[in-house]
Structures are given as C-alpha cells and as structure tokens.
Ligand binder design. Structure first.
Ligand code: ZN
Ligand code: ZN
Length: 246
C-alpha cells in the first residue's frame, strides 16, 4: 500500500513536471490552458454544443422536430447496431476534432472522456459492457499517423470507467477512401469487407464501439455486422461528435 502511494505521488510529480515542459493546450481553442490542471480554458466552457433536447432513438442525432422518434437517416436505413449515443454536435467542435485526429493533440482525449463520462457514464455502466472497441484504422495508415484517435479516446474512457479496451479483436483490412468524398451508396460499397474479426474466440456479449465522428452510421453498421456474426449480442455505438440529420 505504501509503495502504491509512493508511485501515485511520483506519477503526480511527473505529471506536473511534464505540464511545465509541455503546457497543456485547451481542447477547444488550442491556447495554453491557465490555470494549470484545467483541460480547457474558462472562456471555452460554453463553446462546444452538446447534443441536447430531442435526439434520434436509434443513432442519437439531434432532431429538429421533437415529435419525431428517428432521424431521416434512421428512417431510411435499418441499422445493425442496437443504439448509438453522441456527445457533441459536430460543427461546434470540428476544429478541435481535426487537431485531435491529424495534428497529434492526443491530450484532448482527457477533456473528451471527462465529458463523455459525465454525461453518459452511469447509462453506459448500466449496459454492463465487456469491452470498449475503438473503430480500427488501416495498419499502414495508423503507422503513418502514429496513433488511432478512436483508440486514444476509448482508452481515456476505459480508464475512467474501468472497462477494458479491445484493439486486437477486429481490424481494418482495406484502406478505404475518405468517407466525406462519397455519397451514401458509395460509402456503403466503400466499406464492404473493410473490417475483419481477427480472433476466432470472441467471448464478448456486450460491446460499445467507440469513434470520434458519426455521420450516417455506415462504419458502425459494417463493424456491427462482423461482431454479430461472431456472436456478440449487444452492440452500442458511442461517438464524440455527430452531424446534423440530412
Ligand atoms: Zn480555450
Ligand atoms: Zn438516427
């Protein structure tokens, strides 16, 4: 016990030393955060728009019409996953997400994960997930970027919730074209057989798939299809940000 406390103290000291050499940047505006120990600056607190009010019962997208139960996308498409949840409205946080994904700002995950756990923590716990599964990146692409942002996010959430993160169970076997350049049909074709269950002993009953962005759900469906085939019973999808319904 004594040793553990000592390690904890050392970790804290190390954290402070690191923050002096590499001051933490605000996950919203990217300026250096004052005071030390905060994850975003006070002025940025109200800048990201959370998904609030009426949202789609299937994918979690905010709805313009509170009388509706499902968004236009979910009325057109039968999704393979059970239910999706999303924290932010994409447009309000797009700059932050871009830096998190392409510019090495992995530290933003602490802020994102804190907010996800604050909003969804008890609900996610009530699902009794066996694992969090980040949407995998194509291996060569991940090597080039140095990290998979979905995995960085899943690990930050997993640490806070004490849920294991599974990265070996599924892999991306094809390098797909960036989705934003494609139409909905092209998106679905683009993803055909893009993922592969990498282990034949999947013993997971309930999983939460984690990604940074949810748009139409085609990625979520392709992954969920593989997991259904492997016998996973309950598949939820958690995204940091979600687009407005089309
Ligand atoms: Zn800021
Ligand atoms: Zn929906």
């Amino acid at each position: 016990m004594k040793l553990w406390n000592r390690n904890q103290r050392m970790n804290k000291a190390l954290e402070i030393a690191v923050s002096i050499v590499y001051p933490r940047r605000c996950a919203i505006c990217d300026e250096i955060v004052v005071p030390m120990g905060h994850l975003i600056c006070d002025e940025c607190r109200n800048r990201p728009a959370f998904v609030s009010g009426a949202s789609c019962m299937k994918c979690g997208k905010p709805l313009r019409d509170s009388e509706q139960e499902y968004c236009a996308d979910c009325m057109r498409t039968v999704h393979v996953f059970d239910r999706g949840y999303a924290l932010f409205q994409y447009r309000s946080i797009s700059g932050s997400l871009y830096r998190f994904k392409y510019m090495g700002r992995k530290e933003y995950a602490d802020y994102y994960a804190d907010e996800i756990v604050r909003k969804f923590g008890s609900m996610l716990r009530s699902l009794h997930p066996d694992a969090l599964v980040p949407v995998p990146m194509y291996a060569a692409k991940e090597r080039k970027r140095g990290y998979n942002q979905a995995e960085v996010l899943a690990r930050a959430i997993g640490r806070r919730m004490e849920v294991p993160v599974e990265t070996k169970v599924i892999s991306r076997i094809r390098n797909t074209v960036p989705m934003k350049q494609l139409s909905e049909t092209e998106r679905r074709n683009n993803l055909k057989k893009a993922f592969n269950i990498a282990r034949n002993d999947v013993k997971l009953l309930t999983i939460i798939v984690v990604d940074d962005i949810y748009t139409t759900g085609s990625t979520a469906d392709e992954i969920s299809r593989e997991f259904r085939r492997a016998g996973v019973k309950h598949i939820y999808f958690l995204s940091l940000a979600i687009g407005q319904t089309s």
